[in-house]
Design a protein around this ligand. Structure first.
Ligand code: SAH
Length: 348
């Protein structure tokens, strides 16, 4: 996707091989140059055009004039004492900040990337939305979170979750462009089977995403089993209610055949009773799905709380009712890297 910076230079990391080729041929260069450049960017991952040593100095200078090559700066790196979670605070080229987390599972390292600077969605329990929304990330800025994390940590990333700061479906075009570059066989070549996209329920975009048949896992942040309880904690529910959301999910499954994952942040006294479980089972009965229970993580501005014991109790309720449910492992809680704890603020 062609995106320009303030100086009108094209963001080179956001181009597919064919788009890059078109640009390079327009400069009067041979097609194979585009392949070399794509490889420098996405396989060797250089930070400057001058490192592209198999290109002439003249071409490198031309590239500098026409394109920008972004990078992220690691402002802070926090490593968990309890597991191998690492959280990065990155500075973007325009001075804004975002956070990214690497998590270690038995099957490899998964990275949780941000898709926006801040968030507009206003979920009551989530830290990412508290300081409001600043801007969307470009596809290159989403991609660079992975490239920089791999470089800095020396760890190989084998899975990606779009569950950091921001609402991916509120930044649709950049997110889709990112997914296409991520899975491009000439670049990182990641199978989209290893990628999960999470949404609070921006319904029209779920239909659009279904049509693209990308093979990703769709996670729905449901968090409640009726509209009253959901609207109290998630303002998006006033716009697209549970019925509309589940209708979109049914469509998504019909078109893609992919099982949907429903996230359920358990909050003491709000959505944690046997009655809530019954209502949830009724709602999701007949769905090919999985429920992921997350004991709500603490954020300093709110009093919401829960614990693993309640989460396991709720899981038992759901299983008795025939639902497939797990309790999500809490990783990186000691460095505020768990679900809903990421922020765009730069706090020293
Ligand atoms: N905006 C997207 C992506 C964020 S993903 C979405 O809403 O799905 C982050 C996940 O963590 C979402 O399921 C979100 O609802 C959940 N979450 C947010 N704050 C949380 C908290 N304090 N405790 C547990 N989960 C939380």
């Amino acid at each position: 996707m062609v995106v320009c910076d303030e100086q009108g230079k094209i963001d080179i990391l956001g181009l597919f091989p064919e788009e890059l080729e078109e640009q390079i041929v327009a400069l009067g260069e041979k097609k194979f140059r585009a392949k070399q450049i794509f490889d420098w960017l996405h396989v060797k991952r250089v930070a400057t055009f001058d490192e592209m040593t198999n290109l002439s100095v003249q071409l490198r200078n031309l590239l500098k004039e026409k394109f920008c090559l972004k990078s992220l700066f690691v402002v802070k790196k926090l490593e968990s004492n309890t597991d191998n979670t690492v959280k990065y605070l990155y500075r973007l080229p325009d001075g804004n900040h975002i956070e990214t987390v690497i998590m270690e599972y038995s099957y490899g390292n998964t990275i949780c990337v941000s898709t926006q600077v801040g968030c507009k969605m206003g979920c009551r329990f989530c830290a990412s939305t508290i300081a409001g929304y600043k801007r969307d990330l470009t596809s290159s800025e989403i991609l660079l979170q992975i490239y920089e994390a791999e470089r800095n940590s020396g760890r190989k990333i084998s899975g990606v979750v779009l569950m950091g700061i921001g609402e991916p479906m509120d930044n649709f075009d950049n997110v889709v462009n990112f997914l296409k570059i991520l899975s491009c066989d000439k670049g990182m070549n990641m199978s989209l089977r290893h990628v999960s996209v999470s949404t609070c329920g921006v319904v029209p975009r779920i239909y659009e995403l279904a049509e693209l048949r990308l093979g990703i896992t769709l996670s729905i942040s449901l968090h409640a089993s009726n509209n009253k309880a959901r609207s109290e904690i998630m303002p998006v529910n006033n716009r697209y209610d549970i019925d509309q959301l589940l209708e979109a999910c049914r469509y998504y499954f019909k078109v893609t055949g992919r099982r949907i994952s429903f996230e359920y942040a358990l909050i003491d006294g709000h959505n944690d009773t046997r009655e809530d479980a019954k209502e949830l089972a009724k709602l999701l009965g007949g769905f090919v799905c999985h429920v992921n229970i997350i004991p709500v993580n603490k954020i300093k501005e709110r009093n919401y709380k829960s614990d693993r014991k309640s989460a396991h109790r709720f899981q038992k309720y759901l299983e008795e009712l025939g639902l497939n449910a797990t309790v999500r492992r809490t990783l990186g809680a000691d460095i505020d890297a768990a679900c809903g704890q990421l922020r765009r603020e730069y706090e020293i």
